[in-house]
Design a protein around this ligand. Structure first.
Ligand SMILES: *Cc1c(COP(=O)(O)O)cnc(C)c1O
Length: 475
């Protein structure tokens, strides 16, 4: 007689019964908004005692299980005092948003149901929701019918995807032979104000960091189109193989938009892939009038827009859009016996850099569906209005405005006789009242201020002005 082997019941801490889950979910639902309220009333930068924190952390040796409330409460309260707060209304930061509430809800849904988006067969509804959002955004960005796209971990992965597509189209042997396939070193063009992830991307894609041409800017933070054309000609003369021009629509430092039409024209004449990195600035497509600033983006072969920047979804949500679905699938194509792809253009794992894949896009879908274009347009406009208010207040007090961007970011130099930019930024951060960044723009030291919080108010701007005025004086 055979005996069945004994099997343990579910690990109770990992898979508690429903009543327990509901109780904890309710507790979290109440705890989190309150934590964010305390954050908004406190310092924007970390205030935790790090020695004490590290000692506590070392105490987690994972030998004795602890109650989940205790561990979650510990995590929330330590994060509350231990990070720069993106959800603080005076985080005038690096585009990292206070996430929209619909995006947070969507993240919860995705976390609970956890679909795997590698293939259409496994998650047809989820894959089609993402593909729908992409088609609509691609049209809104000016790309033609038939354009496609997918969600990425962020703008860097989207720009990486553009680079691989450019190299694959430039030489179909690239997929097999790598950079050796080219008759000379492949090179790509970005401006020197572009996002420096391009250097890592060049490394990752195998063309090497030396293959990145940091083209001169025109003195106002925009790529100099004539310098671009000259550099391409010089590279060709030396036997290099130009493959990609990546214009930036909204530079990270100063929100400047490269001459998109001129770059498109050069790329067309030279037969190069034309990518527009609109990681942050791309959100202007939600505003019918303001999107004029992106004229020329519609000529792009591909576009990067981050959902986790001005679209204010939770972190880890970028987007890659392209008018060339065939190039995308020839770049990422694989066939496996364990996962035969029957849906070549729908199966994310054969048209993207990732394999196992989170349902990233639900956050933007739910946010767009609940706010509509008009809700998003108000969100974008509000940030630009607050920056205009700040520009006026600071200019009145003798601060020099260094950038001329149509987006919600301001670069300023302190009035003569004040302290240097680094010391000012350091003291502003130490005060805990606001977060701003010291940066360089066209060779000058500037304070960089971006309105990233959808609920920041005129009072927050007034507090920032007062903080900058106080902490820029040396005495
Ligand atoms: C933020 C940014 C990136 C990088 O995007 P991640 O989402 O941080 O990976 C690339 N380009 C520009 C212009 C950016 O602003």
């Amino acid at each position: 007689m055979s005996t069945r082997p004994a099997v343990l019941g579910p690990a109770a801490a990992l898979f508690p019964p429903r009543a327990e889950r509901e109780r904890l979910d309710d507790w979290l639902t109440r705890a989190l908004p309150r934590a964010n309220e305390r954050i908004a009333a406190g310092p924007v930068v970390p205030s935790i005692d790090f020695a004490a924190f590290r000692a506590e952390l070392a105490g987690f040796d994972f030998r004795e299980p602890r109650p989940i409330e205790e561990v979650l409460d510990w995590s929330i309260t330590r994060i509350e005092r231990g990070v720069v707060h993106m959800t603080h209304p005076r985080y005038f930061g690096l585009f990292n948003p206070a996430p929209t509430f619909p995006a947070q809800c969507a993240d919860r849904v995705v976390g609970a149901l956890n679909p795997q988006l590698a293939t259409w067969t496994t998650s047809p509804v989820a894959v089609e929701i993402e593909a729908h959002v992409m088609r609509v955004l691609a049209r809104r960005a000016g790309l033609p019918e038939g354009s496609v796209g997918h969600f990425t971990s962020g703008g860097s992965e989207a720009n990486f995807t553009a680079t691989l597509c450019a190299l694959t189209r430039a030489n179909p042997r690239f997929a097999v032979d790598g950079a050796r396939a080219f008759t000379g070193p492949p090179v790509m063009y970005v401006s020197r104000e572009s996002h420096l992830a391009w250097l890592k991307i060049a490394h990752e894609s195998g063309i090497g960091r030396a293959g990145v041409r940091l083209v001169a800017t025109d003195g106002t933070g925009r790529l100099d189109a004539r310098a671009l054309a000259e550099r391409i000609a010089a590279d060709r003369a030396e036997g290099c193989v130009p493959a990609l021009i990546a214009a930036t629509a909204g530079t990270t430092n100063a929100g400047m938009i490269d001459p998109l039409l001129a770059c498109a024209e050069i790329a067309r004449a030279e037969g190069l892939w034309y990518h527009v990195d609109a990681a942050w600035g791309g959100a202007l497509i939600v505003c019918d009038d303001l999107k004029q600033a992106l004229a020329g983006m519609d000529a792009a072969d591909s576009i990067t827009i981050d959902a986790h920047k001005w679209f204010a979804t939770t972190m880890g949500a970028g987007m890659f859009l392209t008018r060339h679905p065939v190039v995308l699938s020839s770049t990422f194509h694989v066939s496996t016996t364990f996962m035969p792809s029957e849906y070549e253009n729908l199966d994310p794992y054969v048209v993207t850099a990732q394999w196992s894949r989170r349902f990233i896009g639900l956050r933007l879908f739910v946010s767009l569906a609940t706010a509509g274009w008009s809700g998003y347009s108000d969100h974008v406009r509000r940030s630009i209005q607050l920056i205009a208010l700040l520009r006026g207040e600071l200019a009145e007090r003798g601060w020099r405005i260094a950038n001329d961007s149509p987006l919600g970011v301001l670069c300023v130099e302190p009035p003569a006789g004040r302290d240097d930019v680094r010391s000012i930024a350091k003291r502003v951060l130490a005060s805990g009242r606001a977060w701003v960044a010291p940066a360089k723009f066209e060779g000058r030291d500037i304070v960089r201020i971006c309105v990233t919080h959808g609920e920041a108010t005129a009072a927050d701007i007034a507090e920032l002005v007062a903080t900058l005025e106080t902490h820029s004086r040396t005495t």
